[in-house]
Design a protein around this ligand. Structure first.
Ligand code: MTE
Ligand code: CO
Length: 431
């Protein structure tokens, strides 16, 4: 195996192993042919069965106890996490979605990764104004109430930061899909088509580009081709049915389906039409890809077809021993829907087609499963996604051959997890 060494592993959030060992021994002792290793036979004096629990004896808390509900305290490990050494200051930093703990395709609002360049802006919606200016017939200013009077639409989209998986360009690095792939989330947005807002102001015939500007201290600004702006972009005020969270741009953010997260300007306050791009910092010195020949790719907006196995993975080891095992993961593409995901458990010698389950939506996350009978031997698991445009997720070697090793952004290479015989899982690279 041509494994690159793992540098700078972060172990926070990786569960300890004793519980797994106990279960594994129990499963092996109970003999061959038992598929569900941890399914106990009835009887045997298990206190979890014979002793009446408190929750079965006393009244629980009342309906007014939690006016806004939170997850069970038993789920306290299901949180966003950051990697402190990645950034100098949490106000210009990122934390990661705990993909290994989630299922389905929707990210709960409180778990959507956050990326801020100047911290979370604390915007009062009553004070916030939204300006449309530049190459328009009539410059306009909207209040939030004005925006909510345009016809609304609901759409589910993934948002992926262009830097997602960026730390893995030069080899396996971070031990957990939360850290390697957790700069992605997928929610249902409620908002207004950007086309409606721009047409209200009247688009001049020479307008070709849109500048979107945020109201945070970073005043995040990006140029977007007008064709994209008029195609499927939204200004959104709700996520998963409730108001945007402050972290996600409350009260208004731009939604740029399938394109790199940096363009999804949060705390949106201004849209300007122009005839050429503005060459902002975030589209010149940042969010460009330096190639081996010293030239840089720029305006690489589309997030390429990609997938990752979320369980088993380093933070989600196999605790149940051999037998029935659910392999699951996520696939997505900025080009549209996912057509197929193939999974290998032997490092790419044999591939099987995974079962896509749940809605298959344009530019949204797709959930896939492989139901495996694990014989307890070491596995090298990988997933490879294909989208409806015919794009296939490349190996990391193929990606490096095309782009060199200088890149940070747009790493959609195939990820490998090594599942060891004791069920622990490690980030390795084999192709
Ligand atoms: N918008 C503003 N105003 N300020 C920012 O720092 N960060 C961008 C983008 N929009 C940013 C912003 C980046 S780099 C990404 S990846 C996404 O927001 C992250 O969105 P999220 O925090 O909802 O995950
Ligand atoms: Co980003």
């Amino acid at each position: 195996m041509k494994s690159r060494s793992q540098r700078g592993h972060t172990t926070s959030g990786v569960p300890a192993s004793p519980a797994r060992r106990t279960l594994l021994t129990g499963a092996l002792a109970s003999g061959a042919g038992l598929v569900l290793a941890s399914a106990a036979r009835a009887g045997g004096g298990d206190p979890a069965i014979t002793e009446v629990k408190d929750w079965n004896k006393v009244l629980g808390t009342g309906v007014d106890d939690r006016p806004y509900g939170n997850p069970s305290p038993h789920e306290k490990n299901v949180i966003r996490r950051n990697v402190p050494w990645l950034t100098a200051d949490p106000k210009s930093s990122v934390n990661f979605t705990p993909l290994h703990e989630l299922d389905g395709i929707i990210t709960p609002n409180g778990l959507c990764f956050e990326r801020h360049h100047s911290g979370v802006a604390d915007v009062d919606p009553a004070q916030q104004r939204h300006m449309v200016n530049g190459l328009v017939d009539t410059p306009l200013v909207f209040t939030m109430e004005d925006i909510k009077r345009f016809p609304r639409t609901n759409r589910i989209y993934f948002l992926e930061c262009a830097a997602n998986t960026g730390m893995e360009w030069r080899g396996a690095q971070l031990n957990g899909c939360q850290y390697t792939h957790g700069m992605v989330h997928c929610v249902m947005y409620t908002g207004v088509s950007l086309r409606h807002i721009l047409e209200e102001a009247g688009i001049k015939t020479n307008a070709r580009w849109l500048l979107a500007e945020g109201a945070d201290a970073a005043a995040m600004t990006r140029s977007i081709p007008l064709d994209k702006a008029l195609d499927d972009c939204l200004v959104a005020f709700k996520m998963n049915g409730e108001a945007l969270r402050p972290e996600q741009g409350y009260p208004l953010r731009l939604v740029v389906p399938g394109w790199e997260g940096n363009m999804w300007v949060k705390w949106l306050r201004r849209l300007e039409l122009g005839d050429k791009p503005w060459q902002q910092r975030e589209e010149t010195s940042k969010y460009t890809d330096l190639l081996e020949n010293g030239k840089a790719r720029r305006f690489t907006w589309v997030m390429d077809v990609k997938s990752v196995i979320t369980s088993p993975s380093p933070q989600a080891p196999v605790r149940h021993g051999r037998g029935r095992m659910v392999i699951t993961g996520l696939a997505w593409s900025g080009n549209g829907k996912i057509k197929r995901v193939d999974v290998t458990v032997d490092g790419g010698r044999n591939w099987r087609t995974a079962r896509l389950d749940g809605p298959s939506l344009n530019k949204a996350l797709h959930r896939f499963y492989v139901d495996l009978d694990w014989d307890g031997s070491e596995l090298l698991v990988q997933s490879r996604a294909m989208d409806e445009e015919g794009f296939v997720q490349p190996t990391k070697e193929a990606l490096r051959a095309a782009r060199g090793e200088n890149s940070i952004y747009h790493n959609n290479g195939i990820q490998t997890w090594q599942v060891k015989t004791d069920g622990t899982v490690e980030n390795v690279e084999i192709s």
